[in-house]
Design a protein around this ligand. Structure first.
Ligand code: SF4
Ligand code: SF4
Length: 303
C-alpha cells in the first residue's frame, strides 16, 4: 500500500513542483473525443495519435495490474516564456531552451519510484513523460493538478501552463487519492484563441494542421503554415494566458535555459556543431537543415 503524503514528499524532494495521485481509470469519453477529432482531420498526418487509442484511455493496458497513477509537474517558465520582443525572429518555444525534458523528467520519475520501492518492495510500474500513449492531461485533472484550457494544455493555478508532466503508472493501491480539480478554470477568458496567429485553436482542441508548433517540429516537408517568426515550437497561446503572467519563474535549475535563441547564428553553424551543442536538447528532434528551412519560411503576420 502506498501512502499519499509519502509520494508527495518524495516528488518534491526529487524536484517536482506539483504531484497528485489518482486511481487508474478508463476515459471512454476522451477516447470518443479523440476518435472524432482524428476523423475530422485535425490531427492529419500525425500517425502516432491514431495508434493505441485504447491504451491512451486506459493505462492498465500499458501496465498490467495498474492501480494508481502518480502525476507530477514541474515548472519550466523562463524569461523567454513571457514572450519575445515584437521584432524577434528565429523564436524557439521556451521548453526547448532547456535540457530535454524526456531525459530530465524520466530521471526524476525513476528516482521517485526507486524511493517508493524501498518502502513498498512489491511495487512495480512504468514511468512516462510524453513517451507513451496516455492521456496525461486527463490524469492530471483527475489528480487535482488543474484543468484543460481552451488551447488544450493543462493549466495549473500555481504555475500556469508552463509545466512539464511526468506520469508513473503503479501497481499498488494508495491509502488515499486526490480529488479532481474543481474551480472556475478558464471562465470567460479566450485570450489563447485570440492570440493564436493562425487561428488553430477551436475551444479546447487544436487544428494541428494550422499549428506552428507542429509545423516547425513535426512536419517534415511541404510546410505552408505561416510561422510568424518561430523556428521551433510556439508559445503564443501560453504567453498570453493570464495564469502565466502571475506565476513565478521556474526555480528548478534542471529547467534553466541553456541557450539564448536570439544570439545564435544558425547560418554559420555546421550539422556537426549542431549535433554536438544540442545533443541533450529538444532541438535534437530536428536537424540544422530543418531549422534553416524554417528560418527561410518564417514570415510575420504583418508581412
Ligand atoms: S502553439 Fe502557436 S500556432 Fe499552435 S495553437 Fe498555440 S498559438 Fe496557435
Ligand atoms: S488564455 Fe484564457 S482561455 Fe486560454 S487557457 Fe489561459 S485562461 Fe484558459
Amino acid at each position: 500500500m502506498l501512502n499519499l503524503s509519502h509520494i508527495k514528499s518524495i516528488a518534491a524532494k526529487v524536484g517536482f513542483d506539483l504531484c497528485g495521485v489518482t486511481r487508474c481509470q478508463k476515459f471512454d469519453s476522451d477516447m470518443t473525443f479523440l476518435e472524432h477529432w482524428l476523423a475530422e482531420g485535425y490531427g492529419e498526418g500525425l500517425a502516432y495519435l491514431e495508434r493505441n487509442t485504447d491504451k491512451r484511455a486506459n493505462a492498465s493496458l500499458l501496465v498490467e495490474g495498474a492501480k494508481s497513477i502518480v502525476v507530477c509537474a514541474v515548472s519550466y517558465k523562463n524569461s523567454f516564456s513571457c514572450g519575445y520582443p515584437a521584432s524577434a525572429r528565429n523564436k524557439i518555444a521556451s521548453y526547448a531552451l532547456t535540457t530535454d525534458y524526456h531525459i530530465t523528467i524520466k530521471r526524476m520519475l525513476q528516482s521517485l519510484c526507486a524511493e517508493l520501492k524501498e518502502s513498498c518492495p512489491t511495487l512495480s510500474g512504468r514511468c512516462f513523460t510524453d513517451s507513451a500513449p496516455i492521456f496525461e492531461k486527463r490524469y492530471a485533472v483527475e489528480a487535482g493538478l488543474g484543468w484543460i484550457g481552451r488551447q488544450s494544455l493543462l493549466v495549473t493555478p500555481q504555475f500556469g501552463t508552463f509545466v512539464l508532466l511526468g506520469v508513473a503508472v503503479l501497481t499498488e493501491e494508495c491509502d488515499s487519492y486526490d480529488t479532481p480539480y474543481i474551480g472556475i478554470g478558464c471562465g470567460e477568458c479566450h485570450r489563447c484563441i485570440d492570440a493564436c496567429p493562425n487561428g488553430a485553436i477551436h475551444n479546447h482542441h487544436i487544428d494541428t494542421r494550422q499549428c506552428i508548433s507542429r509545423a516547425t517540429v513535426e512536419k517534415q516537408s511541404d510546410c505552408t503554415t505561416p510561422l510568424h517568426g518561430w523556428i521551433f515550437g510556439c508559445d503564443e497561446c501560453q504567453s498570453c494566458c493570464p495564469y502565466n503572467t502571475k506565476t513565478p519563474l521556474a526555480t528548478n535549475p534542471l529547467f534553466a535555459p541553456t541557450i539564448d535563441p536570439l544570439t545564435i547564428d544558425w547560418q554559420k553553424m555546421s550539422e556537426a556543431e549542431y549535433t554536438l551543442h544540442f545533443a541533450t536538447s529538444p532541438l535534437i528532434r530536428t536537424t540544422l537543415q530543418r531549422i534553416k528551412e524554417n528560418i527561410k519560411l518564417t514570415t510575420f503576420s504583418a508581412d
